[in-house]
Design a protein around this ligand. Structure first.
Ligand SMILES: [Fe+2]
Ligand SMILES: [Fe+2]
Length: 304
């Protein structure tokens, strides 16, 4: 059973991370659909704005209540996020709430006074986020289904649409568990299987979206996809007693992919890497990697 302070902190950290991830999925969907699908583009944009509004509330409550580890993990924003948003706005004409990003960067300011007795408010906010999240899942599933039936065309791979649905469902599962105040580390290997799969998908998407002339990067992305494919299987097969050993291996591989993602984001922002990956997508993959690293490090602390 979660204590009130932990309930508030874990809720805010989960929503700070995944709220932003969700709104970016909707941005990627909106900028990838041709004009004939303006109905879907508009729907994606409306859902994105709703996430931004709720995220504003989350950020305004978070000062002083987020753990040092979460703030230092760069899973909410990185040093590239703001520039990436500006570039995507200029290139695609989409509106992105950059004040929200600035306010999230400001959370690192340690002088703030924490607010207490917020559990009722946070539980209500979680509930409103849950409702919006269920709407977003329905929307993503509908787009995915239409694409599979060849009734809709988008410049997002069908496997990536499926990936967006899976991440949203994973968020929903974690949010429901927090609402029931029922968090435990027993399912760590299950979470690691999920994240290894996410890392494998990212490498596959990166491989497919790089310009064919970027041979070295394509090869490195291919190697990462193979490595995580193996780690998915090894983690699935691992017994409870092997959790520490396998988590150590997962951490090593994820730290390597983090360096790759970080260099890719920097290179794409500086227009030094050719391909179809926009800088916000590159930064998005980097933040998901940072979140996984924090989960692994958190668990590995219990292994010593
Ligand atoms: Fe994502
Ligand atoms: Fe992802």
């Amino acid at each position: 059973m979660l204590k009130d302070r932990d309930f508030i902190r874990l809720s805010l950290e989960l929503n700070l991370f995944f709220g932003r991830i969700m709104k970016e999925h909707l941005i990627f969907m909106a900028i990838s659909m041709p004009i004939i699908n303006s109905k879907y583009v508009l729907e994606a944009d409306t859902l994105k704005e709703s996430f931004e509004k709720l995220l504003e509330e989350v950020v305004s409550l978070s000062k002083g209540l987020i753990s040092k580890e979460a703030l230092e993990s760069n899973e909410f924003v990185t040093k590239y996020t703001l520039d990436a948003e500006k570039q995507v706005e200029d290139l695609f004409g989409v509106c992105i709430n950059k004040k929200l990003t600035e306010a999230t960067l400001d959370l690192a300011d340690k002088k703030s006074e924490p607010l207490y007795n917020l559990e009722g408010y946070v539980a209500d906010l979680n509930e409103r986020i849950k409702n919006l999240l269920m709407e977003a899942i329905k929307f993503k599933e509908e787009v995915h289904e239409e694409v599979l039936k060849c009734r809709l065309s988008t410049f997002i791979y069908p496997q990536m649409l499926e990936h967006l649905v899976e991440e949203a469902k994973f968020y929903l599962k974690l949010l429901l568990a927090i609402q029931e105040r029922n968090i435990n580390d027993k399912d760590i290997l299950e979470k690691e299987v999920f994240w290894n799969h996410v890392m494998m998908d990212h490498a596959l998407f990166t491989r497919g979206l790089l310009d064919p002339s970027e041979e070295d990067l394509i090869k490195r992305a291919q190697d990462f996809s193979k490595k995580f494919e193996e780690l998915v299987e090894k983690t699935k097969d691992a017994k409870k007693g092997q959790a520490c050993e396998i988590s150590g291996k997962n951490l090593k591989a994820t730290e390597e992919v983090k360096d790759f993602n970080s260099a890719a984001t920097k290179g794409i922002l500086a227009c030094e890497i050719k391909g179809l990956i926009n800088p916000l997508l590159a930064d998005h993959l980097l933040r998901e990697t940072n979140r996984y690293i924090r989960l692994l490090k958190d668990f590995l602390k219990t292994c010593k």
